[in-house]
Write a protein that binds this ligand. Structure first.
Ligand code: DOR
Length: 425
C-alpha cells in the first residue's frame, strides 16, 4: 500500500499540521513529519474532514441503471467527499429481501469507491401492506440496520408500530418518509401562496408534521429508534424539538436543497425543482437552518435522486420528483453554514456514521484511526456543469451556478478515490 504524507493541512479547522497515512490508517499527526517513501500531497490552504457519510442516497441499481449504478453513484459520492453512503431501497426489484440487499452491498464492494451500506424496505414492494423480511436482511452479509420505504410513507400506524417493535430487537432504525398520503393526493408543489398563484395542487406542511407527530409517539411508546428523512417544514422542527426534549429516540435529517431553495423556483416550471417533499418557504428554510445549528436536526443527508432525461425533462406534472445531491452537498453546506468546520463534520460525517453504525467512518483524523477523510479547498469555487458530473443523470438544480469550495482529495481506508479533484478510477 502506498503511504501518503499530507502537509500543512488544517484538521477540521485547527492550525495546519501534517498527516501521515500508512497501511490504511492515520499513522502520525504533527508538524514537520517526514516519510521518504510517502507520496506527498500539499495540503496548504486545505481543510481535512472525516470522510462524509450520507444517510440517504438513491443508487437506482438494480433496475434503473440508465439513471445511476452503484458504481457511478459511488464515484459521484467520492467526488463529493463521501466515504460511505446508505443506499435507499426503492430499486426495481425493491430491496426488500436478503438477496437484493446483498446484491447492492456486493456491487458496492466491487466498485470500492465508498462503503455502500444498503437500507432495506420496511414493507414488501414498498406497498405498505406487509412487513418485509427485516430479520433476514439484518442477518444477511449486508447487515442492514436501517429500514425505509422512502419515496413512500409507512402510512398504516399499526404496520409502523410493528416495524418499530421488530427492529428494536437488534437496535435497528425505521427511517420514515413522512407524508400523509391522503393529504397530498395529486400534489405538485408546496401548498401556499405560490401554489395558489400557479394553480398547482399543493402538498401541505401538515401532511409531513402529522406523520412525524404520530411516529414520535409510536417510537416513544415502543422505545425504539425512529429517523425522519428529509425534514422540510418549520412545524416539523417544533414537533421534533418537543419529542427530543422528552427523550424520544428520534433523529432527523435535512437535505441541502431544503436549506437553500424556496418554492418560488416552481414559477419557472422547470421540473428540475420538483422534489418530494417539495421546496418550501423562506421561513421554513430559516427554521431548518436554526435546527441544524442547535441539533434538533442531526444530519445533512443528500436524498441524491438521479432521474433519466425522459423522466425529468418533461412537463412539470409528469416529471419524477428528485434532484442530484452527492457532488454538491459540501458546497451547499459551506454556502449555508459558512466555514463552521466542526459543525459540518458533525452533521455530515460523525453523526450520520454513528446513526448508521458505520464503524471506522465519522472519526476525525488521529493516530490509529482508519484513513477515511476528505480534503477541501474552501477558497476555491466550482461552477457546476451537469455534463461533467460523475452521476449518470443530469438533474442538478445548481447547473451553471458557482458554488464555494472544492473537494481536492478523498481517501477510503488510506487509498485515494479522488486526487487533484479527479476520480482516481
Ligand atoms: O424527490 C424524491 N425523490 N423524494 C423521494 O422521497 C424519493 C426520491 C426518488 O427516489 O426519486
Amino acid at each position: 500500500m502506498t503511504a501518503y504524507l499530507i502537509t500543512s493541512v488544517s484538521v477540521v479547522g485547527a492550525a495546519p499540521t501534517d498527516l501521515l497515512i500508512r497501511d490504511g490508517v492515520i499513522a502520525e499527526v504533527g508538524p514537520g513529519l517526514t516519510a521518504p517513501d510517502a507520496t506527498v500531497v500539499d495540503g496548504t490552504g486545505l481543510v481535512a474532514l472525516p470522510g462524509l457519510v450520507d444517510l440517504h442516497t438513491h443508487l437506482r441499481e438494480p433496475g434503473r441503471e440508465d439513471a445511476e449504478t452503484v458504481e457511478s453513484g459511488s464515484r459521484a459520492a467520492a467526488l463529493g467527499g463521501y466515504t460511505a453512503v446508505c443506499a435507499m431501497a426503492n430499486t426495481s426489484p425493491v430491496a426488500d429481501t436478503a438477496g437484493v440487499v446483498e446484491q447492492v452491498w456486493r456491487l458496492g464492494r466491487e466498485a470500492a469507491l465508498v462503503d455502500v451500506q444498503p437500507i432495506g424496505a420496511v414493507t414488501v414492494g414498498l406497498a405498505g401492506e406487509r412487513l418485509a423480511e427485516l430479520g433476514a436482511m439484518a442477518d444477511s452479509a449486508a447487515r442492514v440496520r436501517i429500514f425505509s420505504d422512502d419515496g413512500h410513507c409507512v402510512a398504516d400506524p399499526k404496520l409502523m408500530r410493528r416495524a418499530l417493535e421488530y427492529v428494536k430487537a437488534f437496535d435497528g432504525i425505521i427511517a420514515q418518509h413522512a407524508e400523509e398520503p391522503r393529504l397530498t393526493e395529486g400534489a405538485q408543489m408546496h401548498e401556499g401562496e405560490v401554489s395558489t398563484r400557479l394553480g398547482l395542487i399543493g402538498w401541505p406542511a401538515v401532511a409531513e408534521e402529522a406523520i412525524i407527530a404520530r411516529d414520535v409517539l409510536l417510537a416513544e411508546h415502543v422505545g425504539s429508534r425512529l429517523h425522519v428523512c428529509h425534514v422540510s417544514t418549520a412545524g416539523s422542527v417544533e414537533v421534533l424539538r418537543q419529542a427530543k426534549a422528552r427523550g424520544v429516540r428520534v433523529t432527523a435529517e435535512v437535505t441541502p436543497h431544503h436549506l437553500l431553495l424556496t418554492d418560488e423556483r416552481a414559477e419557472t416550471y422547470d421540473p428540475v425543482y420538483k422534489v418530494n417533499p417539495p421546496l418550501r418557504t423562506a421561513a421554513d428554510i430559516a427554521a431548518l437552518r436554526a435546527a441544524l445549528a442547535d441539533g434538533v436536526i442531526d444530519v445533512i443527508a443528500t436524498d441524491h435522486a438521479p432521474h433519466a432525461v425522459e423522466d425529468k425533462e418533461c412537463e412539470w406534472a409528469y416529471a419524477r420528483p428528485g434532484m442530484l445531491g452527492l457532488e454538491t452537498a459540501l458546497s451547499i453546506a459551506l454556502d449555508v453554514l459558512g466555514p463552521e468546520w466542526d459543525l459540518i463534520a458533525e452533521r455530515m460525517s460523525r453523526t450520520p456514521a454513528r446513526i448508521a453504525g458505520l464503524t471506522g467512518h465519522g472519526v476525525d483524523p488521529a493516530p490509529g484511526v482508519p484513513a477515511n477523510l476528505t480534503l477541501i479547498d474552501p477558497a476555491a469555487h466550482c461552477t457546476i456543469e451537469p455534463a461533467e458530473l460523475a452521476s449518470r443523470s443530469r438533474n442538478t438544480p445548481y447547473a451553471r451556478m458557482t458554488l464555494p469550495g472544492r473537494i481536492v482529495a478523498t481517501f477510503l481506508r488510506g487509498e485515494p478515490t479522488v486526487l487533484d479533484g479527479k476520480a482516481v478510477k
